[in-house]
Ligand binder design. Structure first.
Ligand SMILES: [Zn+2]
Length: 266
């Protein structure tokens, strides 16, 4: 009887030890999961807003959204340097929104000193260099339109030589699937990024909110998403409204809003 009792206690303490051991292992496992979550990077969305520089509708609202954005400013326009300065002072990213010749439409739609395929290399470089100087705070370039010019390797090379000299990244707005930017960026050793989604190709809140949901899914899947919206008639106040409606729910999903530069450095 005594021996039986001893055996019973032995078994009991053995089981207890096993349970404690299992518990500790589980706890450890949980801790590993915890640390992976705290150390792992949160998914990021960079909101790039095109067409600043002309005091367009939504300019101030966009700069006061309460999240960091990247202002893509067109050069040589009435409020180009003022918009770049305002965005920079508010802690936003600033890039040059370079007008480049489209397949369709008039060259005059590009605004002053746009990049057209008939220009010699030197003139292209001068225009881009002057634009970079005018906007002072730029850390990158993206293309405004450009479905024709972005296919032209010579033109793209001339633009990107200036990016290289000024240590700027290039964001391809992807207005053509035949763009030479990726190839030329890797040849010249320039950071190349691509737009994932346009927010406001349809100028209504429901569509823009859907695009923001898609951006959230992309960010969770690949770590980040780059979206492009607009001030002015292409988006403006509608885009501001949709962003305001969506910012908190995206943040609730663990998504962080960042400038394009932070995507480059991630
Ligand atoms: Zn544009």
């Amino acid at each position: 009887m005594k021996d039986n009792k001893k055996g019973y206690y032995k078994l009991l303490s053995g089981c207890t030890a096993l349970i404690i051991l299992l518990y500790l292992l589980l706890l450890k496992g949980e801790c590993y999961i915890c640390s992976a979550n705290t150390e792992g990077k949160s998914p990021k969305i960079a909101v790039v807003i095109d067409d600043f520089g002309n005091n367009s509708e939504g300019t101030d609202d966009m700069l006061n959204l309460g999240i960091p954005i990247t202002a893509a400013v067109m050069p040589f326009l009435p409020t180009s340097s003022q918009d770049a300065e305002k965005a920079h002072k508010k802690g936003h990213g600033v890039i040059l929104h370079l007008p480049m010749e489209p397949e369709k439409g008039k060259a005059s739609w590009l605004g002053p000193r746009g990049i057209t395929v008939n220009l010699p290399d030197e003139e292209i470089e001068n225009r881009v260099e002057d634009a970079v100087k005018e906007l002072k705070y730029v850390h990158g370039i993206n293309n405004h339109t450009g479905s024709k010019a972005m296919k032209d390797e010579r033109v793209v090379k001339a633009v990107l030589r200036v990016a290289k000299r000024n240590n700027l990244l290039f964001l391809d707005s992807k207005t053509t699937d035949k763009s030479k930017a990726s190839q030329v960026c890797s040849e010249l050793g320039i950071t190349y990024l691509e737009r994932d989604l346009f927010l406001d190709h349809q100028n209504n809140t429901v569509h823009i909110e859907k695009q923001l949901d898609k951006a959230g899914e992309t960010a969770i899947k690949k770590g980040y998403a780059i979206v492009i919206g607009h001030v002015g008639p292409a988006g403006g106040k509608t885009t501001v409204r949709a962003l305001k409606n969506k910012i908190n729910s995206l943040k609730d999903k663990g998504i962080e809003f960042v400038t394009l530069k932070e995507i480059e450095e991630r």
